[in-house]
Design a protein around this ligand. Structure first.
Ligand SMILES: [Zn+2]
Length: 474
């Protein structure tokens, strides 16, 4: 038989059009897209009129293994992502313990994920105070890019991820520039946010609104401007994670117009939830940057519609229930991070495509092609002949109310519990193999592969990586 399998009766969302036809798969790749291949295979998959999309590439995921596996591990986290329609993830270097800030930790984390992840994955390395010597080694080990915090983060626990100050950021950019990789930043001014929070706490003002007021849009915009200037001085390629304001996106656009290589993302929650939702949902919706008012959110949406953002991500940031509880009625004590990656695709489809803010082509650009391009995942991100057959089925006519029983997370709660969602992921295919169906759940073993950034300047950064086997998809 010519093909391993053929998907029929689907609306295939290609980069430039939606095509009603058939998609043939051979050796894990998209082998053909056209009218009639179903006689050339023994395995026909009937999509019954659903959308056939490229699997999401979630460029911002926190997995807490090793060290904090009770928060989320590679098994649970990757299953949640796969069930929600994500087939590749770029995993942040923090919230595991020790954090991934050395090449030896990088190799250890990679080996753990290789046995447990249900989806393909790339790994960030971290830039933290004191690890400049590790920057080139992380590149050689296969880091997709680097992450640093301008905002305050971390604990006093040895090995936990720490934010950089301006000096450490500047020196870090100089080192990272030499690798050709991109530095991703959490951009908020830590002096302002910390002092604003101190003021609130000193005055016994510890409600949700007080937390919102302690992280105003200006703390993000100022940090973005400062980082852009440092990047201009050092030539470092930048990416801003989870921008929450249209104003910050505009600063990125201005730098791009002046020739700087800078990109940015926002997250599903900044586009679906606002400050009123934070009040209603409570601590489960605490994150930083904080959720924004409807007005600020509208400006961000405008930027998304303009095509100014490279990706929409989850910033899936799980924690045990006890850390999201608020027994002392002090929101400042609650862990900041939204657990929500399982609903990346269906929720975002709802607010983007169903609500007619974006076309389905813009939608797949933001969840798949854009992030794949950002991190040089050349085999991922679109349904084209020769690319990996990472495919999801989205039923645009299936309504459901999200219940915690639906969740695959280690800690089965979500900021979105009880949400009425008007579409649903019914099948996830990774490199040609169905790994999840809504009907039967997971029926295969974990087979996620490590992905390299194939877009490094000069392509030399990984050249010395001989001690670890590499998975390169062309
Ligand atoms: Zn994050």
């Amino acid at each position: 038989m010519k093909y391993d399998s053929v998907i029929i009766n689907g609306k295939i969302v290609m980069p430039d059009k939606v095509f009603e036809g058939e998609l043939a798969i051979k050796n894990g790749k998209v082998a053909a897209i056209g009218k009639k291949f179903s006689t050339e295979t023994e395995q026909v998959i009937d999509a019954e009129g659903q959308f056939i999309l490229p699997g999401m590439v979630d460029a911002h995921v926190h997995i807490n293994e090793p060290g904090r596996s009770d928060w989320e591990d590679y098994h649970t986290g990757s299953q949640a992502l796969a069930a929600g329609g994500t087939t590749s993830m770029v995993v942040m270097p923090l919230n595991a313990l020790p954090a991934r800030t050395t090449a030896s930790e990088f190799n250890r984390h990679r080996a753990i994920a290789e046995g447990k992840s249900y989806i393909d994955f790339a790994l960030y390395g971290g830039l933290v105070p004191g690890n400049l010597d590790e920057i080139p080694k992380l590149a050689a080990a296969g880091a997709a890019g680097y992450k640093a915090f301008m905002a305050t983060t971390g604990t006093d626990i040895p090995g936990d991820f720490k934010n950089v100050d301006d000096y450490e950021l500047y020196r870090g950019m100089q080192a990272i520039q030499k690798t050709g990789l991109r530095l991703s930043l959490h951009a908020e001014n830590p002096v302002l946010t910390d002092r604003f929070a101190e003021e609130k706490i000193a005055n016994h003002r510890t409600k949700i609104q007080d937390y919102i007021d302690s992280r105003p849009p200006m703390v993000e915009v100022e940090a973005v401007l400062r980082a852009l200037y440092f990047a201009k001085m050092t030539g470092c390629k930048l990416h801003f994670v989870h921008l929450s304001t249209g104003e910050a996106v505009e600063k990125v656009q201005e730098a791009q117009a002046q020739g700087q290589d800078v990109t940015c993302e926002t997250c599903v929650h900044y586009l679906t939830l606002d400050t009123d939702d934070f009040q209603n949902i409570g601590p489960l919706a605490k994150c930083s940057p904080v959720l924004r008012t409807k007005d600020v959110q509208a400006q961000l949406w405008k930027k998304v519609q303009e095509g100014a953002l490279n990706a929409v991500t989850s910033d899936h940031s799980p924690a045990p229930a006890s850390m999201k509880a608020n027994p002392n009625d002090n929101i400042f004590d609650v862990w900041g991070g939204i657990s929500g990656a399982q609903n990346n695709v269906d929720l975002f489809y709802d607010v983007a495509v169903k609500s007619k803010r974006l076309t389905i082509l813009q939608f797949v650009q933001l969840i798949a092609a854009g992030p794949a391009d950002l991190f040089g995942l050349k085999s991922k991100g679109s349904l084209e002949v020769g690319k990996d057959a990472d495919i999801i089925f989205l039923d645009p006519n299936q309504n459901y109310t999200l219940s915690n029983d639906d969740l695959y997370y280690k800690n089965k709660f979500s900021a979105y519990e009880g949400f009425e969602i008007h579409d649903r992921i019914t099948r996830t295919i990774l490199r040609g193999k169905t790994i999840f169906t809504l009907k039967n759940g997971f029926t295969t073993e974990a087979d996620g592969k490590f992905l390299l950034n194939q877009k490094v300047k000069g392509e030399t950064a990984h050249a010395n990586n001989t001690d670890t086997k590499q998975t390169i998809h062309n």
